[in-house]
Ligand binder design. Structure first.
Ligand code: ISL
Length: 553
């Protein structure tokens, strides 16, 4: 079937199934829980769900370590539950994209078990085994969780590569059989009716086979040999041609450390690789070198520069994703120029949504973002579940990082910030479950929860509803040309989405002060389409005020 590019009209909601809704009260979210909440999602206005992994997994990395790509993890339910969920979604006009981890498997995957124990196994070459250099690993590469990326195995006196935990061995995509496996896996799910995939760390799949030592010392040592490797585009194209293009499907690749040129190659309309990618330059606005452990103060000018760079770079070709939260990021409340205080949490969350979601691209909303959920209030390291946090902590201790700094960075950086159970109501476990959940519910469930949000017409939830409706009805959001009107301003983000005769004008005050705004565009006739306050004075913006106006050119 021909690709209809429906993803350009999609509003995608990410579900982290462990934390969304527990229907059988075992402390973990599940598929039946998701089914219970589909009307909630439908009412919000989204039309597509990205579901974090629900495949069979030993859960070393909460499902990002898959041991069977064609089975459902028991904790989440059965294949029948999955099929029911899919049909209930489709009934409501909601598509489903799954999260596919193709760079690595779980070490419990039968392929790896066979490869690990037998040098002659047909699966040995599915992974990257190498002899060491004397007593040392084959290269000095380090991985994403700060760890050495080779694990020694005495059985065959060799090392295997793992860019994440040692329980997540990297696959060898240079082996055509590995690629064939994924062609079949993709077809398996698409034949069932799944509408596409979020492809986990997809730009790591091609490794430079010379296995040279990296010269960069700070983080991800050797990254130039395993990020955007030599055969990446060839392999993406193959998967597209041999599997995806047979269906009306979409893909969003998670592509760490990629430039505009890389992204244009991956998403260019004539390239037939991916539909769009997640790139992390903007979420790195408050850190150094793209590494969240090296914190840096937010700057609106830098934020606009980065967003603008991708808006302009993909203006005529390729396609952007628009997001600022996911299961790996800390919550956006109190981040990206917003204010976490009781007074401004809601108004500034609405402001951030307005200024990002009227850019060109497909919006992604992470569960709880529509409620303005906040970071976890867990304070003890031993209560943190995230494997990355524990791995990083070990590395940082070896480097003798000062304790106070370490505590602050961990609180800031732990991925558990985004993974606390969804806050449905103010009951003991926030309506997520009737028993104590796998991760502590945030105490602010008492005033941040879906029940309150739904009953309050002024809530972030209802603002998202209006924003989504507007986005769906306004073609300029899809097609208008992006022009930043105030690149240098430290408080105001103002941009046009220029059309013929009419344009959208988006203005957001990223500060808690009242700010005077001078813009010649505001002297043209305008209509207010969205406003996070009940009144509007075009010359003076209230704290965190944001508007979307339609202006006549
Ligand atoms: O989470 C990160 C920073 O906090 C990233 O470095 C993250 O590890 C990277 O973006 C890759 O993420 C994806 O693959 C990982 C998995 O742990 C993440 O949850 C997933 O989103 C390994 O599969």
């Amino acid at each position: 079937m021909n690709n209809t590019r429906w993803y350009k009209d999609a509003i995608i909601y990410q579900i982290y199934p462990r934390s969304f809704k527990d229907s059988d009260n075992d402390g973990f979210g599940d598929i039946k829980g998701i089914i219970e909440k589909l009307d909630y999602l439908k009412n919000l206005g989204i039309n597509c769900v990205w579901l974090s992994p629900v495949y069979r997994s030993p859960n070393r990395d909460n499902g990002y370590d898959i041991s069977d790509y064609c089975a459902i993890q028991e904790m989440f339910g059965t294949m029948d539950d999955f099929k029911l969920m899919l049909s209930e979604m489709h009934k409501r006009g909601i598509r489903l994209i799954m999260d596919l981890v193709m760079n690595h498997t779980s070490d419990q995957h039968p392929w790896f078990q066979s490869a690990l124990n037998d040098i002659n196994s047909p699966y040995r070459d599915y992974y990257i085994f190498r002899k060491g250099k004397g007593k040392k690993a084959p290269t000095n590469w380090t991985g994403f969780f700060g760890q050495n990326s080779w694990e020694y195995t005495s059985k065959t006196d060799s090392y295997y590569l793992h860019l994440f935990t040692k329980e997540q061995p990297d696959l060898n995509w240079d082996n055509p059989k590995v690629r064939e496996e994924f062609v079949n896996i993709i077809k398996f799910w698409c034949d069932m009716g799944v509408d596409g995939f979020r492809c986990d760390v997809i730009n790591l799949i091609s490794k430079d086979q010379r296995f040279l030592d990296g010269k960069n010392k700070i983080f991800l040592v050797g990254k130039k040999y395993y990020i955007n490797g030599p055969h990446l585009h060839e392999y993406l194209h193959q998967i597209n041609k041999e599997a995806l293009s047979d269906y009306d499907s979409m893909t969003v690749g998670e592509t760490v450390f990629s430039s505009i040129d890389d992204i244009l190659k991956m998403t260019g309309e004539d390239r037939e690789e991916l539909s769009m990618v997640f790139n992390f330059d903007h979420t790195s606005v408050d850190n150094f070198f793209g590494v969240k452990w090296f914190m840096r103060r937010f700057s609106l000018r830098r934020w606009k520069k980065i967003l603008g760079h991708y808006q302009q770079g993909l203006q005529n070709n390729g396609w952007n994703s628009l997001f600022y939260e996911n299961h790996d990021q800390r919550r956006s409340v109190g981040r990206f120029g917003t204010d976490g205080s009781k007074q401004y949490r809601e108004i500034s969350a609405k402001m951030l949504a307005t200024s990002v979601y009227f850019l060109k691209g497909t919006p992604f909303i992470y569960e709880g973002q529509e409620l303005g959920m906040t970071n976890t209030d867990i304070t003890k390291l031993e209560d943190i579940q995230d494997v990355e946090t524990h791995d990083i902590y070990k590395t940082a201790k070896k480097l003798h990082m000062p304790k106070g700094y370490l505590k602050k960075t961990i609180a800031n950086g732990t991925r558990d910030n985004a993974r606390t159970p969804m806050q449905w109501d103010d009951s003991e476990y926030a309506g997520f479950s009737k028993v104590k959940p796998w991760l502590k519910v945030n105490d602010n469930k008492l005033y941040i929860n879906a029940q309150i949000a739904i009953s309050d017409p002024d809530s972030i939830y209802h603002y998202y509803q209006r924003l989504i409706k507007l986005r769906k009805s306004e073609p300029l959001v899809k097609d208008g040309i992006y022009i930043d009107l105030k690149k240098k301003d430290r408080h105001i983000y103002a941009y046009l989405r220029k059309g013929q005769g009419e344009s959208l004008l988006v203005i957001a005050n990223y500060s808690k002060k009242e700010v005077k705004v001078k813009l010649k565009e505001l002297s043209k006739p305008y209509k207010i389409l969205l406003n996070n306050y009940s009144n509007f004075n075009p010359l003076l913006f209230k704290p965190y005020q944001s508007v979307v106006l339609k202006i006549k050119e």
